[in-house]
Design a binder for this molecule. Structure first.
Ligand code: FAD
Length: 450
């Protein structure tokens, strides 16, 4: 087979969409993931493909976060701990919570929005992926009449970027969708977005990657990026499956780091420091809700995302949300999981009559400036990074995969250069180090790395 050997670390939506696009261009693609089953954030998220969604870095967000830090049942909870890394992240996050930065981010994120859905719809069509996708927008559902104006102001932010929204009062909302209770004051309908079952979508793309000749290895934990004497990425090293097993290096001409929140630890093995925190969230999946809402929504006051999902056993409702910043891998905070049903029951009829069929927790990969990290590593030729999508990874996975493939193959990009620069990995260039050229695939034959 022609093409270069490309190893992608991470079988989440970003890694799989990148794999799909690279296979389309004739490369030999191997995706490595340590998980034997799909349990990533890409499968457990709320499934809202909410294009034009603002980043976490909004004016006032850092101050609100610090206030909320004291309560383990606040929507954003930061576990207090003596960590220079967390402190640095918080300070940098605070510096980015400005109007000017938000405007810059929105210009870029809105530019990505329409393209991501267009590309996703093409892939789903070509691969016959059935994941309950519906382009019916999402609703910002407001309980307190005093909050409707603020919801409208937030929606107005999208108008200059060509996004449509509609204000709906409570009675009209209930007429259109009887799932909502009499307590709801109204909603803002973000008309251009979509929703789906994210697990079915992610699996659908994984199947397409296999069908198109890609290799998907699970139970493959990457421990480090291997570099040659010139500092070029030459593959990745895997953890030994047992202490007596030989250590394996999977050789590559290009390594794509798409390991979600774990990308920053792995990037450090190649001397690249990407300040990132994992913001854990939870979901609970309900069966037996008497009336499912017609489209995805976010409950304005409680920040719970609500998505109707069709499954082989019938209609279910996923409640997802809460942001918890702390060390990775700690036991679940059950009180935060409980916040989901508690936060939904006043908005929706019948939540208390439903049965929980599953629950889940996973991490959003959050950079301190609120923007994804997409581009060649500044210090290691052959290493490409695609991560940091925070609350928008499901939405932006397809366009990210396209950018990854276009940049790796040296093609013209579907996104403007200025927008790419705002997300570039080059913003994490080690101080004082000379930057490597963000070169597409090398024309020369790759060295034998076996
Ligand atoms: C509660 C919640 C709700 C959300 N709702 C939405 C939403 O509605 N819409 C939206 O757009 N986004 C949403 N998100 C965010 C979205 O889920 C993430 O941004 C996105 O899934 C990130 O995708 P990813 O591919 O970068 O990483 P992940 O999905 O985290 O995948 C990374 C993969 O890398 C693997 N990996 C990690 N380290 C290694 C290693 N060393 N070796 C091998 N493999 C490794 C992991 O096992 C994992 O499978 C939500 C997130 C949460 C937590």
């Amino acid at each position: 087979m022609d093409g270069r050997r490309i190893v992608i670390v991470g079988a989440g939506i970003v890694g799989l969409c990148s794999a799909y696009e690279l296979l389309q261009r004739g490369h030999q693609v191997t995706v490595l993931d340590r998980e034997p089953v799909f349990d990533s954030a890409s499968c457990g998220n709320a499934g809202l493909l909410s294009i034009g969604h603002p980043p976490l870095t909004r004016p006032g967000a850092s101050i609100r976060g610090l206030r909320w830090m004291l309560s383990s049942t606040s929507p954003l909870y930061i576990r207090r701990r003596p960590s220079p890394e967390l402190l640095r992240w918080l300070l940098d996050f605070h510096m980015h919570c400005t109007e000017a930065h938000l405007e810059r981010c929105m210009t870029v994120l809105c530019a990505l929005g329409f393209r991501t859905l267009e590309r996703l719809e093409q892939i789903m069509d070509a691969e016959s992926i059935r994941c309950g996708y519906q382009r019916t927008g999402w609703l910002d559902v407001v309980m307190d009449p005093a909050n409707v104006a603020a919801a409208e102001t937030e929606a107005a932010m999208l108008a200059p970027h060509g996004y449509r929204t509609e204000r709906i009062d409570g009675a009209e909302l209930r007429r259109r969708d009887p799932a909502f209770s009499d307590s709801v004051a109204g909603a803002i309908h973000y008309l251009d977005s979509a929703n789906c079952h994210p697990g079915l979508l992610t699996r659908g793309i994984a199947d397409a990657v296999r069908r198109r000749g890609g290799t998907l290895r699970t139970d493959a934990t990457v421990t480090r990026i291997e570099r040659d004497a010139q500092g070029r990425a030459r593959g990745v090293r895997l953890a030994r499956p047992h202490p007596d097993a030989p250590s394996e290096v999977v050789p590559a001409d290009v390594v794509v780091m798409a390991a979600g929140v774990w990308s920053s630890g792995l990037a450090r093995t190649a001397g690249l420091d990407i300040p990132m925190q994992g913001a854990r969230g939870y979901h609970v999946q309900l069966e037996g809700v008497p009336v499912l809402p017609r489209t995805g929504c976010v409950l304005h006051e409680t920040f719970v995302a609500v998505t109707p999902m069709s499954t082989p056993t019938g209609g279910q409702l996923r409640l997802a949300g809460t942001l918890e910043i702390g060390p990775l891998g700690l036991p679940w905070m059950r009180q935060r999981l409980a916040m989901l049903s508690a936060g939904a029951r006043r908005y929706l009829r019948g939540v208390d009559e439903a049965r929980a069929v599953s629950d889940w927790a996973g991490y959003r990969p959050c950079t301190s400036d609120g923007m994804p990290v997409i581009g060649w590593a500044p210090n290691t030729p052959g290493l490409y990074v695609a991560t940091g999508h925070a609350m928008m990874g499901m939405t932006l996975g397809p366009v990210t995969g396209e950018i990854v493939a276009q940049q790796i193959c040296g093609e013209p990009c579907s996104i403007e250069p200025d927008y790419l620069a705002a997300m570039a990995t080059a913003r994490y260039a080690p101080r004082g180090a000379s930057q490597s050229r963000a070169a597409p695939l090398p024309p020369e034959a790759s060295p034998n790395l076996a």
